[in-house]
Design a protein around this ligand. Structure first.
Ligand code: IFM
Length: 453
């Protein structure tokens, strides 16, 4: 079928990873502002204090987006920038920054997509229990109401949470991300449940305070399971594995159905309820009604996957990667098939229009002697992945694709050591250089993906 005429070709970023503007701006601290100051936590002792200085350079960045021809831009709001204590007093300077960014995007014909939470938990709320405190659903809801009141006159598209798998798993289970805790399993299930309740409350509040009909979604992540062949049994093996519940408790958050079934179906998956029984908090009917507040679109971040076939014993078996398989700068496998089968399986199961809310690769890009940044690997990655996404459009309602990321940025515990952008950022001078991949993407957008065939 190919991409729809109104397909949203976009790029994504998140606030802490690009904004800077940490001091003297009225912003409160979030857990990352604090965690990055702890010795030994982040590669090279890097912090997001300056990042890409987008807070001061957003007009230049929007001009770059325009040059690439982006139809859409997905960015997140730093909760602690607009509500320094997480609730209560508003930082008007922070609100003015996002308002000006939105105006600039619209002036340049770029559709804004706001993510409410891309891991910037206000430190003041963390001190009050953060995700462990059931009140967080209301704190997050009130924050969503504020954003809708101020911005929904101009912004129609919202995502609530980005990758709850990561902010609970990496932040509270293995502790490599802020706030860096290794919490008891029981606590992590409670936090996960509260995060889903917060999602539901935000959906309600966005709609209640909306100044126009909104398109609201959610943006979890997953490693996709894809089939070795198109034989129905292999497809079934991959589908089963994609929605299965991991046995390894150290990595329990890394799955789809625990996070998405309650949102879309109003109940947790049976397999998970059985396996996790001893760790679960009290889950009420009222909670499940809140969590499953209807949404309009389903966002999914997809970077890679694992291959499965149906074994002779009728059970799915993993196809081992071949020696020397392709890997990105940070070592993630290159598996383009995930961008075909992931959206297809998700659409079959959840029946919502799909947005790929993040996809891309890190590479150790450098400025060449000609002053340009040549990134043929990223172009190759994109061509292969997007060709697979195009195949998925035959039977799946796919509305948009956001490349991660617009520009190189602060890659969490890896600091600035991994470059995910299609725009190179010199972190000493803040100079931006469009990489070859940005020019390739510009041409692709121009033909609505025709060049992929
Ligand atoms: O940079 C991150 C982003 O914040 C969340 N998804 C994965 C990206 C690459 O690691």
């Amino acid at each position: 079928m190919g991409f729809r005429n109104d397909f949203m070709w976009g790029a994504a970023t998140s606030s802490y990873q690009i904004e800077g503007g940490v001091s003297g701006t009225g912003k409160g601290k979030n857990v990352w502002d604090v965690f990055t100051k702890e010795p030994g936590k982040i590669f090279g002792g890097h912090t997001g204090d300056m990042a890409c200085d987008h807070y001061h350079r957003f007009r230049e960045d929007v001009r770059i987006m325009k040059e690439i021809g982006l139809k859409a831009y997905r960015f997140s709001i730093d909760w602690s920038r607009v509500l320094p204590e997480g609730s209560g007093k508003v930082n008007e300077e922070g609100m003015a920054f996002y308002s000006a960014l939105i105006d600039e995007l619209l002036k340049n014909g770029i559709e804004p997509f706001i993510t409410l939470y891309h891991w910037e938990l206000p430190y003041e709320l963390y001190k009050r229990g953060g995700w462990m405190n059931p009140q967080i659903a209301d704190w997050f809801g009130d924050y969503a109401a504020l954003i809708a009141e101020r911005f929904s006159d101009r912004v129609k598209n919202f995502f609530t949470l980005n990758e709850p798998q990561c902010f609970v798993g990496l932040g509270f289970l293995n502790g490599v991300h802020a706030p860096g805790l290794k919490s008891p399993l029981r606590d992590t299930f409670e936090m996960a449940h509260n995060a889903l309740r917060a999602h539901g409350r935000a959906v309600q509040q966005l709609r209640t305070h909306a100044q126009q009909p909104l398109t609201i979604g959610y943006a979890p992540t997953s490693g996709v399971c894809y089939p070795e062949t198109e034989k129905p049994e292999d497809i079934e093996a991959a589908r089963q594995m994609y929605f299965s519940i991991p046995e390894n408790m150290e990595n329990w958050t890394w799955n789809v159905s625990w996070w998405s079934d309650p949102v879309l179906f109003g109940h947790y998956p049976e397999e998970g309820l059985a396996r996790y029984e001893k760790y679960l908090p009290r889950i009420t009917e009222e909670d499940l009604r809140l969590i499953s507040e209807p949404i309009d679109i389903y966002g999914q971040n997809i970077y890679n996957g694992r291959c499965f076939r149906m074994g002779a014993d009728g059970k799915p078996e993993e196809v081992i990667r071949t020696a020397g398989y392709g890997r990105t700068g940070c070592g993630w496998p290159v598996t383009p098939e995930c961008l075909r089968w992931g959206p297809k399986f998700l659409y079959e199961r959840y029946k919502k229009p799909i947005y790929i809310t993040e996809n891309g690769m890190s590479a150790h890009d450098i400025v060449s002697v000609d002053g340009r940044v040549h990134d043929p690997n990223r172009i190759d990655f994109l061509a292969k992945y997007l060709r697979e996404l195009q195949k998925a459009t035959d039977d799946t309602d796919i509305r948009g694709y956001f490349h991660w990321s617009l520009m190189d940025n602060f890659e969490w515990d890896k600091g600035y050591s991994e470059r995910f952008g299609m725009v190179y950022v010199d972190f000493l001078t803040q100079e931006r250089i469009l990489k070859d991949s940005a020019l390739w993407y510009r041409d692709l957008i121009h033909t609505n993906g025709a060049g992929l065939r």
